[in-house]
Design a protein around this ligand. Structure first.
Ligand code: PEP
Ligand code: CO
Length: 382
């Protein structure tokens, strides 16, 4: 449809040889849309208010969702956390908060390493439940296209639960990284009212740091759809590349269309972000700027466990705010990895040191803040 296969497409599972692959794509292509175009226009209008400096965004959730966490009680707990943190952000800023969950499709991960050591041998890495299993066997780690159908069914349940909640004051929107092109492209639909193409998999798809190349397939896909879209911007981002991505994703310079998510790391943000924000502003793109203070601040403990220090996260988020204000641009909000429960995955606040991480570390991918840590971050940011 979008000639994506002619473009570089990193981080794609190799599963096209699977005998069920064509049938899986066919089932997804015929499946009901998970979100409607009308919802996308509403979200774009909400984000336009953020771009204009009136409102703020809280985008938060797990690094990766699991299928077993898509039950009504688990989703209710996530929505309650997002709502509480959103209310806190609203109280502290005095502005309405657009709540966006990392849920209803956050089932696939780009990984820095294709394999990981396990019991003295190398095992392919877990790449999210849309692609393979967490079980530590060679067979379980093989990419399985049938998992896209389970992902769709789980996303359908979550999106329905989120939809039932949307007209309440704390109603949220769904978002996930649009990583697996087979899934996203199969769920592209046309709005019968306007004729616009859109991704029916989620309200706000985003492009990750590893797939944001301006000539790549992921940018081409999001350029071709009418959803509000987001793109991560990391410390190695060249200003020209960010401007090309902005031109491709927001050629008409429409407020509410494009969200940029800075994820630099506390040590790099001061040197890199001001130039990028300034260039985007001068190019006339009315983007929403969010801070993801998590992904540039991942460290390993002495035992090799991935963690993040709350002091680093707070330092990056507050540096982001100060840089944006200096550039005369509205700091549009926060993009966080937060668990609904009282996990111990990041150090700080109620988790005083590395030893405390062992208690309740349940993330299958990156370490999340617990709600108390996230609350402390919000207080420091406002
Ligand atoms: C993520 O948001 O989980 C992620 C992988 O982020 P990034 O692309 O910024 O590394
Ligand atoms: Co993550």
């Amino acid at each position: 449809m979008y000639d994506l296969m002619a473009r570089p497409a990193p981080h794609q599972p190799q599963w096209t040889d699977d005998p069920d692959y064509p049938a899986v794509r066919g089932v997804l292509a015929a499946a009901p849309p998970l979100v409607s175009a009308a919802e996308l226009w509403t979200l774009r209008a909400r984000l336009a208010r953020v771009a204009a400096g009136q409102d703020v965004v809280l985008q938060a959730g797990d690094c990766v969702e699991t299928f077993s966490d898509c039950t009504p009680p688990a989703v209710a707990a996530k929505l309650a956390t997002l709502d509480d943190l959103g209310a806190r952000l609203s109280r502290r800023t005095g502005a309405p908060v657009v709540r966006v969950g990392r849920l209803g499709g956050q089932f696939a991960k780009p990984r820095s390493r294709p394999a990981e050591p396990y019991n003295g041998r190398d095992l392919p890495t877990f790449r999210g439940p849309m692609i393979n299993s967490t079980l530590a066997t060679e067979a379980a780690r093989r990419p399985d296209p049938r998992r896209m159908l389970r992902a769709y069914a789980a996303a359908d349940e979550v999106t329905t639960l989120v939809g039932a909640h949307r007209d309440t004051p704390g109603g949220p929107w769904t978002s996930h990284e649009a990583l697996v092109l087979d899934y996203e492209e199969s769920l592209a639909r046309t709005d019968p009212e306007t004729g616009a193409a859109y991704l029916a998999s989620t309200h706000l798809p985003w492009i990750g740091e590893r797939t944001r190349h301006p000539d790549g397939a992921h940018v081409a896909l999001l350029a071709a759809v009418a959803n509000p879209v987001a793109c991560k911007v990391g410390p190695s981002a060249a200003v020209e590349d960010v401007l090309r991505v902005c031109d491709l994703l927001d050629p008409d310079r429409v407020p509410g269309r494009l969200v940029l998510i800075a994820r630099m790391g506390r040590r790099h943000i001061g040197a890199v972000l001001p130039g990028v924000v300034n260039a985007v502003r001068r190019a006339g793109h009315p983007v929403v700027w969010l801070s993801d203070p998590m992904h540039g601040n991942t460290v390993r403990t002495s035992t090799g466990l991935k963690t993040r220090l709350l002091v680093d996260v707070v330092a990056e988020a507050t540096a982001f705010r100060d840089i944006l204000l200096r550039e005369g641009v509205h700091p549009g909000g926060l993009h966080l990895e937060v668990a609904a429960g009282d996990v111990t995955e990041c150090v700080g606040g109620p988790v005083p040191d590395e030893a405390g991480l062992r208690l309740r570390y349940t993330s299958l991918c990156d370490p999340r803040l617990n709600p108390r840590q996230a609350g402390a971050l919000i207080d420091a940011w406002c």
